[in-house]
Ligand binder design. Sequence first.
Ligand code: NAG
Ligand code: NAG
Length: 585
Amino acid sequence: MQSFTSLLFLVLFLVLCKSRSENTDSDLDTQRSDFLNWQRGISKIKLPSALLNSAPILKFRGGDGGCEPASSTCTSPVELDDLIEKLGSEFKAAIELNVKEHEEDCRKSCEIFYCGEGEGEGSREYRSYNMGSVPPEDFQNEFSFPLNLIRVTEDSSTLLTSSEAKNLVKVAESEGVLNGEYKSGKYKLGGDWLENLPKTLSLFNSLLKTHIYPELTSQFPQIISSPTVLRPHSVALLRYNSTHPRTDTHVDNGILAMTLALSYSGDFKGGGTYFEHLGKETVDMEIGGVTFRPGSVRHGGSKVTEGERYILGAFMLIEDKVEHVRRLKNRGAKFRGERKLEDAKRHFEWALELNPKCVTCLKDLSEVYLVMEDLENAELHINKALEFIPNDSDGLFSLGVILSKKEDVSGSITAYENSLKINEDDHELHYNLALKYAEVGSKDKELTCYENAVNVKPDYGPALLNWGSALAETENYDEASVKFRAALIDTEVTLKAAVNLATVDNLRANRLAVGGDLGGAVEVLKGSLEEVKKAILEGAVDKIVGSEGGEYLAKARKMVVELSVMLGQVRNREERSDEHHEYLN
Ligand SMILES: *[C@@H]1O[C@H](CO)[C@@H](O)[C@H](O)[C@H]1NC(C)=O
Ligand SMILES: *[C@@H]1O[C@H](CO)[C@@H](O)[C@H](O)[C@H]1NC(C)=O
């Protein structure tokens, strides 16, 4: 039935793509916006009764067997053997390496996790969400339209009972789960890998057999032929709280991923998983509930503001299915890290040969071009990625960076603003935007952006530093001094902040002295001197002196001399004025 329906779709595709090939631009715009609405689940078009009505939007579906969004050309699935013939021996070697690495990873998985038959059949009830306009990056042809592939258990049908979930947390806590720390982009969470928690691991292994494998197999029959092929990896028990509140928006490094909720929804405020293409609302689960999804859908853990939220996260490999796209992409990223840019580029291009609509491949390739300073190609590929996922906040951020390098300041500002609309919780983004506003002389907007950046991350040194400098430029030395003082806390910029603090405090003291407040001037100078000396000490002790550090250390030392001289002068004047005072008496 499954394959019959997809065949029907495919036939419809081809017919429609043909008959619609002379669409006007505005037709195309309407269809496109229909599609974009549909992917966010707000379409008036109902499936399946309106199979025909929905057909026009099919042509915007990404992935092989789908059609290009901007034109009416449809592509057919690629065969690995054909590609090897086309791309030659190096590609073949890369593919063979993928197979080897996959086998090795599967073998390692079974050393740690349960591999084998599941017990019984999947029996939970799920609600589904659309994963957006592009199918999973690997095996994209196996997934037929529509892509309702995010599966979340109904609250009445959770994967675990609340006491099973609580018990898992209790066992993990007894094994010291909170001694670990887990990084997600610019954020940190509490938690640890299950490999480090043997008792928790053994509980998880029995859950794989009794609960997880049967459910996963029933939810993704397109790619899972039997529970015996499932190979978990990267399994962690994580805890969000107000100081370790969220994750970056990201894609998971695996064809399938799961998130298991282990806290009562009343135990925390905020939190939950969001999917970027669905907007900011989170997909919430009650304790024991689970989300199964393709790894390549952009998502994140929303900010927890109060309480604690425990989850268990896991990715799955499939023994008889090698994820060539993901593996090529990962190897490309490794080459990029090693500055082997040509190798990196080739791997991303190969991944795109396998799946021309792999959005992360396009973004990766764009980034390589950016490093190579081929800005035209960097822009071309990031725009292609944005065509498939228009509201990809990282994609928009990258576009902003590329346009900024191209000295298209207004284009860059627009891209950053658009990215902010989707993810206002990104301090680097506010900061970059501030720099652009500085470039075009929009002082007020520049200051607001620094403020926003610091609201997101109160100890974000670079923003505090620039904020202070921008205030000092307008001779607002008092407020500038406050910002520099706040920036001292960020060890990345401590020395710079100290030098700047000394400079504005010198000016402030001068002002006070000229105004006759010699006591005030002494206080300012003394305070500043103390901070600069402390920064120098920390700079030396904590080795926070980076590549530019030596220079700032020297500057800071010079400032100590200047401040001391100034302090001496003011004190002299203070004494003389005291004498003067006496005379007058
Ligand atoms: C993109 O995000 C903006 C701002 O949040 C929203 O107004 C718009 O509808 C989104 N578009 C799509 C296609 O999701
Ligand atoms: C949040 O969790 C982390 C890591 O487990 C911990 O270090 C931190 O103190 C916690 N914060 C609060 C407010 O409890």
